[in-house]
Each structure stands twice: as C-alpha cells, then as structure tokens.
Design a protein around this ligand. Structure first.
Ligand SMILES: *Cc1c(COP(=O)(O)O)cnc(C)c1O
Length: 494
C-alpha cells in the first residue's frame, strides 16, 4: 500500500509521493502532507552501523513508497556523492558541551544542499514515472541559500529550467555572488526590489494562477517548486536527524532510547519541521527548540498562540532567516488542528487578508514539545566570538542564533539533555558578519581578504565553493519589480 499525500487546505483526492513532488504546491494553495507519519522500525543498534546513504534509504523508502528500491537508491547515490567534501556527509562536532550537526558540506556550503542535491533526481524520476512530457520549470524564491543550492542541483538537468528570484538587497555578498555566477543554459537568476516574503508571495501567486498554468501547458511547460513547500525537500531533511542520533549512540554519547534536544535556526520552518517528523516517526527527541533572529514571529507565536506578520521586516546578519511568513508552519498547524483542512484554510486565509491568525488552547497544547527563542544581533555576534575564543570553533551567523537561544534556554530551563544544534551554513558564506563578530578591526578588508583572514584564524581550509567564485564571471544581472515577476517568467518562457 502506498503512503498517500493530502493537501492541508482541502479534502481533495490524496495523491502519491511522486505526484506530490511533481506538483510542489497543491492546486488549492495548500501544502502536501503524508496522510500518516510512518514509524521508524529499525533499531538504533543497526542504524548506527549505516552510512549516510544507507540511512537515507531507510528513511525515504517509508515516505516515497511509489519509488522502487532501485529508483530511490539511484537518486540517493547521485545526490550524496563527492559533491560533499566529507564522507560522513553530515558530521557532528562537539564544542562547548553541544553537538553541532554540520549540514554545510555540500556544493553551496549551506544546509539547503542536504535536500536540493537529491530533489532534481527525485523530480526527474517522478516525471518519468508519471509519463510527464512537459518541460519542468522550477520556480524558486530564495532568502539566499535555497537559490544557489537549487541552481546547482538543477543546472543542465535535462527536461528542466530553473528560475530563481532573490531580494536584491536582502542577501549576503557571498550569497549573491554565488547565484549571479551560476553556469548552465537552463538557469535564470533575477533580483527583485522587495524582500523574501515578496519573492515567496510572487512565486506562490504564479503557482496558483490557473490561466498561467494553461498558457504554459500549451507551450509544453509545467511549474514545480524547489522551495521547502515541496515534500521532496522535507523528507530528505529528516534523514540527518536520524543519522546524527545514531552517530551519538555509536560514539557512546547516549544510551539506546535516550532523548536528545534539537535546536534549529529557523526561517521558513522546513528544517525544524523535519525534526518534528523525525520525532513523530519515533526518534527519541525531547524538545524542539525553534531559534529565530530579530524577525521573531515564531517566538511570539509559541508564546502567545497568535501568528502576526504585521510588523517591520528587519534585515539581519542571518538573512536566510529574515522571513515573516514561515510557509511550513502550515503543515504543523494542519497536524495540530487534527488534520482539519477547513480550519487550516481559514487560518491561512486570515494570514493573507489581515496578516494574523490565532490558534485554540487545545492546538497550543499539542505544541508543548516546541520551545521558541530568539537572539538579537548583538547576542548573535557575541555568541560567535565567545565560542571562538573558548574553543577555536567558528560558526556562522545562523548557527550562532541557535547557539545563543540554546544558551538562554539551558540557563532558564536547567535542562541537561544532550543537544544537537543544526549548523546550517559555513562561516565562509557570511564572512563579513562572522569576522566582524570575532574582530571588528578587520572590517576594512575586502570580502575575499576576509575569507583568507578567517581561514588563518580558524585554521580551516577555504571551501571550494568560495574559491570557485573568487574570480568567476557574472552571468546574471536581471532585476525586476516585485509586481513584475510573472511578466519576467513569461518573457523567459516565450
Ligand atoms: C534556509 C536557512 C535557514 C532556515 O531554514 P528553514 O528550513 O527555512 O527554517 C537557516 N539557516 C540557513 C543558513 C539557511 O540557509
């Protein structure tokens, strides 16, 4: 029996995993969720002997049940290969009492690679399985990291085009440089005058535009999404929680069945939702600690039960978390609303019209395993500096938000549970902010001088992803207004 997928916004006919991956977003604007979360039956003693790729298969086969073993294993082996600079794929580093789960060893040195290196393979396999003849157009909004990881994943993949929109003044210099130097005949990168939410709303509007879809169908195109609204992004992110738990066990850090905490620097709520799914599968996780930067909509939501996006959008040193509409929260809302699509739809409608919605006390009670926290810009910088001075280990700004929130949490909660902190980007991706935190005297240096300085001080090699863009040619310079995104897409596809 296949595990089927249902929209969070209506009770339309459930579809298979491969169909859900192809579609990205449901026709009613909802997100696809599995009708039930499968249980991880395999004991940790066995998991602890597995490679990342083997673990990935054990997890993904439970969700993507209409893929054959061979199809799934091919996707996995093509994704998690020597594009990653370590055989472990997602290594754990112990520093100052916590375990940093380094998710930035892929091609674009941010955690988005964990899912976006496999999504193109899942998608092209899904297209084949469903006899799709159209060219697939991947439309993506990015707060900086998804864009490059998706471009890298889809560049020159036959039967696809990829179009990425990013906030022109809302990403780090390295993030922008990575994107605008992207090679591949099927890649398009466009800066918009607006922020990430504008980009995401524009993309969602195109997905929901039936006329546009019909028009494109005639030209032989169909849209899909590389954003974490695609279930094909979410499931691969469950893998590293299972894998790292098994590694903690193997290294003698925890007993079988011992619970751990997970701290996740959060923006669109995709990464932490994957941890929640892992917990729902039976992985012994105690608290899911959701760390926000100064755009602390989620922190307020966990405090009050009210989600309110009516506030100033703040540009911070952790731009990949500069988000006021966390799309994947909808999947949690649906879950805690007892899978009531009408209720979920009403709340999402309210978010669209008035910019806020509230949940009931019963719903709030179901989120008791989540802890919300946030870090100010100052706390984030101090955390980088303190950890560096104490241990020599350098973390990026996003990871520092999580580390700072974790520190406040243990001070208040006096919780000694072993804890994994998701380390979502290499410090080399946010060099200026990181070096500024460590030593503000360096601020006069150029972007790449800072890279070399960081390498010297942290005693780590400059990642290939950074060396590659040091002298790369700029290939994309398109810019458009936030209300011209559709015209831009039509222009590309005409
Ligand atoms: C995308 C991103 C995040 C936020 O992850 P979500 O799944 O959107 O919550 C955090 N840190 C970095 C470096 C990212 O690229």
């Amino acid at each position: 029996m296949n595990l089927m997928y249902q929209s969070t916004r209506s009770n339309s006919e459930p579809i298979t995993a491969s169909q859900a991956i192809l579609k990205g977003l449901a026709d009613d604007g909802g997100l696809y969720v599995p009708v039930s979360i499968p249980t991880l039956e395999i004991p940790v003693t066995q998991l602890s002997k597995m490679t990342y790729q083997e673990t990935a298969y054990e997890v993904m086969k439970l969700f993507f049940t209409d893929f054959s073993e061979e199809e799934l294993k091919t996707c996995i082996n093509r994704a998690y290969d020597d594009k990653f600079d370590t055989k472990e794929i997602a290594p754990l580093v112990k520093a100052d009492g916590a375990f940093y789960l380094e998710l930035f060893h892929g091609a674009t040195i941010a955690f988005k690679d964990m899912a976006l290196s496999i999504l193109p393979h899942l998608l092209t396999t899904a297209a084949r399985k469903n006899q799709v003849k159209d060219k697939i157009v991947i439309l993506t909004a990015t707060s900086g990291d998804t864009g490059k990881a998706a471009l890298e994943g889809f560049a020159d993949v036959e039967g696809t085009k990829i179009i990425v929109f990013y906030p022109k003044d809302g990403v780090s210099p390295m993030q922008e440089r990575q994107m605008v130097t992207q090679k591949g005949d099927n890649t398009y990168v466009i800066g918009i005058h607006g922020n990430f939410d504008d980009a995401q709303n524009g993309v969602k509007a195109m997905f929901n535009n039936k006329e546009l879809a019909a028009d494109l169908k005639e030209k032989g195109y169909q849209f899909s999404s590389a954003n974490s609204i695609n279930i094909g992004r979410l499931v691969p992110q469950i893998v590293y929680y299972v894998y790292s738990y098994a590694k903690l066990f193997e290294n003698g850090e925890i007993r079988e069945g011992e619970k751990i905490n997970v701290v996740v620097p959060t923006g669109n709520f995709g990464n932490i939702l994957a941890a929640y799914y892992a917990k729902s599968m039976g992985l012994p996780i105690n608290k899911l600690i959701c760390a926000s930067n100064e755009n602390k909509v989620l922190f307020d939501f966990f405090q009050t039960g009210i989600y309110n996006r009516n506030r100033e959008f703040i540009l911070t040193s952790s731009p990949s978390m500069d988000i006021l509409i966390s799309s994947n929260l909808e999947r949690l809302i649906y879950q805690i609303a007892d899978k009531d699509a009408d209720k979920t739809l009403a709340m999402m409608k309210a978010l669209g019209t008035s910019g806020e919605y509230g949940i009931t006390e019963e719903m709030k009670a179901q989120m008791k395993d989540f802890v919300g926290g946030y870090a100010s810009e100052k706390e984030t910088a101090e955390t980088i500096k303190k950890l560096y001075e104490k241990t020599g280990y350098v973390i990026d700004t996003h990871t520092a938000v999580a580390a700072s929130v974790y520190e406040s949490y243990i001070t208040v909660a006096d919780d000694k549970t072993k804890t994994i902190i998701a380390s979502t980007a290499s410090p080399y991706k946010f060099t200026r902010s990181v070096m500024n935190a460590i030593d503000s005297e360096c601020n006069h240096l150029s972007e790449f001088e800072l890279v070399d300085e960081l390498s010297k001080r942290s005693n780590t090699a400059v990642p290939a992803a950074i060396e590659d863009i040091r002298f790369a040619v700029i290939l994309h310079d398109a810019i458009c207004d936030k209300d011209k995104m559709q015209e831009t897409v039509e222009d590309i596809l005409k």
